[in-house]
Structure formats: structure tokens, C-alpha cells
Ligand binder design. Sequence first.
Ligand code: HEM
Ligand code: MTE
Ligand code: MO
Length: 468
Amino acid sequence: RDGLPTYSLADVREHKTVKDRVWVTYKNGVYDVTDYLSQHPGGNKIMLGAGGSIEPFWDMYGVHKQPEMYKLLEKFRIGNITEMEERKALSEDDPYANDPRRHPALIPSAEKPYNAEPPVSLLMQDFLTPNDLFFVRNHLPVPNIDPESFNLEIGFENGKMRGLTLDVLKKKLPSKTVATTVQCAGNRRSDMVKIKPVKGLNWGIAAISTAEWTGPTLNSVLRACGVDIDTVDCGHIQFEGLDKGPDGTIYGASIPIELARMLKDDIIVAHQMNGVDIPKDHGYPLRIIIPGVVGARQVKWLGKIVLSKDESTSHWQQRDYKGFNSSIDWHNVDFDSSVAIQFLPVQSAICEPEDGETLDDDEEVTVKGYAWSGGGRGIYRVDVSADGGKTWTSATVEPNGQSPYKSWAWTFWEVTVPIPKEHEGKVELICKACDSQYNVQPDSVEGIWNLRGCLSNAWHRINVQVPK
Ligand code: HEM
Ligand code: MTE
Ligand code: MO
């Protein structure tokens, strides 16, 4: 392999379309696989690796890990990469230099801070989202936390703080595992942007993921500090992250004490995510998990729990993650007039087929997706239409053993619907869900538009091509 040119990772990243040619890396090799794309037995999935490393994908699809495969790959070798080159890319005073490596399949909506969603084609591969494909929503650089010296501080505001070490949290308190879905309030914001611009990351339909979280309950942690959650005199429980901006900003959030009491046995001070230490991007070593509640309150890198008379004063509690009517815009907004989002409304989206895809059949189409509602409300029904909402077919829903009143995790659904005879080569597919309080999704996004682009939960509509 000597004598071939050397490329940087940035060079490789510029080759992710057929037009620019498709390059991938494996170990320190650079490969141009453009001419192989149409022959790939795994079809289009090969494009997940375009412009980056295929290693994580080959780990996932083990069929590649055979000698013939490496031989085949070598036929496409065009150059080499050096690891030094990669290190160089991270300048020393970059506050994001400590950020972890991410799975190359994640689709970033911002790099610094890092924000990304998994490709829709992988979102429903498992009921529990694999940790490295779980969507990431960071507002600040990822902190580096030493587990040995870590101490979770707990106490009343202006009072003395108690400290609990990781060892105590992991070994001295009873632990519980809860499967919950985390959804960002900005999920599906891109549908809202189509009506009128908003301020926020342009999320698609995958700013939502599900994991099993393990750790002591908030209830037991407070009890270990001598606090009885049912009788304690306070208004809100605040959670503070250990992530810090270059200007000293810290991430924080709070929930009202009534909410904490209602959910007390399922709020987890989590140290495990899907059975392993929580990865850096998702809050290592500790995170609060509040089932049924908006992503913004699931504070990562949890460093402090404060029992307070007041809400968190953090930017993200006070000046973001609130709803407004569609006539409020930046010139007349008063953030203090609105309430911080806690429980999220009912949501659903179509994951298969994907928007823009060409179907293989002109008679019927099998449609799959997810549905979820806040507050533990399960999903009673999901309806799908292929004729603009004139007729609906109800899907088979899979609550996965969850009670309709304590469905912390999402529900997958699937249904086959007929394609209308008159379709002129394309049809719109629509889905809408109904939760266990018979709440339904609004039919259009116009009426729920808001300046932050939060709570985008209108009927999900996609367009697909129908073959002749
Ligand atoms: C098969 C995915 C890159 C060669 C497959 C299959 C998938 C897949 C899903 C089908 C497995 C099955 O149906 O059982 C991917 C992904 C890639 C990738 C996600 C990168 C992001 C590549 C590359 C090559 C390659 C770069 C070769 C240059 C093959 C071959 C098979 C295959 C030969 C057939 C293996 C067999 O059935 O024995 N791939 N692939 N793939 N892929 Fe890939
Ligand atoms: N916690 C801290 N400390 N810092 C953050 O930026 N982002 C919040 C929440 N917790 C955030 C945080 C938001 S807005 C969401 S949607 C979820 O984490 C995302 O969790 P995830 O990155 O594990 O998907
Ligand atoms: Mo979020």
C-alpha cells in the first residue's frame, strides 16, 4: 500500500455523493467505491458510510467480516490516511476538543455543540435504540468527569449540600431499570419551518430514541439524604449539569414537586444506559431520567439536585422549551408569560417507506412507524391514509407489554394500506396517533406553529412515488 497518495479525513468527507464520487475508509485505507454501489448486495445501505469509516457498519452487519470481503475492498483502494492527521484537526483551545467520537451514521444538525439524529432507516431497527445511534442534543461542550472524585450534591437552596459518591449511588442504594423514550421538544421541527422560519435546529423525525436506564430512584436518593419527597416543603426540584460553556453558562432544568411526587418511583438517577455505563454524549457518569417528560429536563452529567421554592433559572427552563400561539413572534414574545414544557403531547411518524422513496408495488404499501405520548399515556390507535385523509386504516400497534397508563417507551406500529387507483405516479401517506386519554394529533401544522418550533406533532405526511 506504499506509494498511494495520503488523504485527510476532511478530503474523505468531501466524497459522499456519486457526483463527487463516494469514498470510504477502513482502518488507514481510503477506498473509492462509486463503481461498486450498484452491485452492492446490501443495496443503498452502503451509502450510510459515504465520506467516512465503514468499520462501525461492518461491525453491525457482520457478514462483511470475512477474508473475501477485505480482498474485494482492496480492489477499490486509492490511498492512505494517517491517524496523526486526525488528531491535528482538533485544535488545542477548542472547548469541544474533548467531545467523544460519534457513530458516522448519525446525521448532525450542528457540530459544536454536537447535535445529531440517527438515519430514519435505522431508527426502528430495535425497540431499544443502540447507544451509539441514540440521538444527541447537546447545548454545551461535553464535560470530562473523573468518576473517582465525582460527588452528586444534594440539598436545599442556600443550605448545606450532601454529597453522594458514585460508589454509594451504584452499590448502596437499591437500583431500578426503566425503559423510557426521550424526545426533544424540537423533534419534527423541520415540518414547522415549512410554514414560517423558527429559531432552532432543523430536526427531522428522529430527535427521539429509547433506552433502558438503570440507577437508584430519585425517591431513594432523597430518602438517603433524609428528605421525604411526599412531605418536603419545596416548590420545584432543580437539576444541574456539569457541562459548562466558555462563558460560564451551565445547563439546568427543573420539575415541579407535584410532578416529582407523581413520578417518584420511576424517576431514575441513572448511571447505566442499556446495560452499560452511560456514554459520554448521554451524560456520563450520571443523568436524571424523568419518564414521560420532555427531553430538556433529562439533565445529563448531573452534578446537583436542589430542592427549591423556585424553578431553575437556566436559559433552557426560562427562555426556551415553552409553547406560544402562532401570532407570537420575536418582536412581541414574553417568555415569562408561558409555562415550561413538561409532559409532551401525542406524537407519531412514518419511518418506512421514507419520504421521496419509490414503492415496489402499485396496489398496496406497508407503512411502519413509531408513536409516543408524554405522561405515560400509551398508544391506543394509529391510523394511516394513502388518499389525503379521506379513508383511514388502523395499524397494528405493539405496546411491548406496557400499561396504557404507564407507557414510558414508544410504540411501534405497522399497517398495509391500498394505493388509490388514480395516483398519477405519486401518493401522500399520512399517519396520526391517538393516546390512552384519546388525545389526537392536530391535522395541520399551521395552527400549532410557534416561534421556537417546539411541539411539532401534526399528522405526519410523506410523499412517495408509485411505479407504473
Ligand atoms: C451485504 C450493508 C459496505 C460488500 C450487505 C448487506 C448489508 C450491507 C445490509 C446485506 C446482508 C444480508 O442481506 O444478509 C453495508 C453497509 C455498508 C456496506 C451499511 C457501509 C456503510 C460495503 C462495502 C463492500 C460491501 C464497502 C465492498 C466493497 C458487500 C457484499 C455483501 C454485502 C459482498 C454480500 C455478502 C454476502 O451475502 O455474503 N452489506 N455494506 N459492503 N456487502 Fe455491504
Ligand atoms: N443536559 C445537559 N446537562 N446539557 C444539555 O445540553 N440537553 C437536553 C437534555 N439534557 C442537555 C441535557 C435536551 S434539550 C435533550 S432533548 C436531551 O438531553 C437529549 O438527550 P440525548 O442527547 O441523550 O438524546
Ligand atoms: Mo431538546
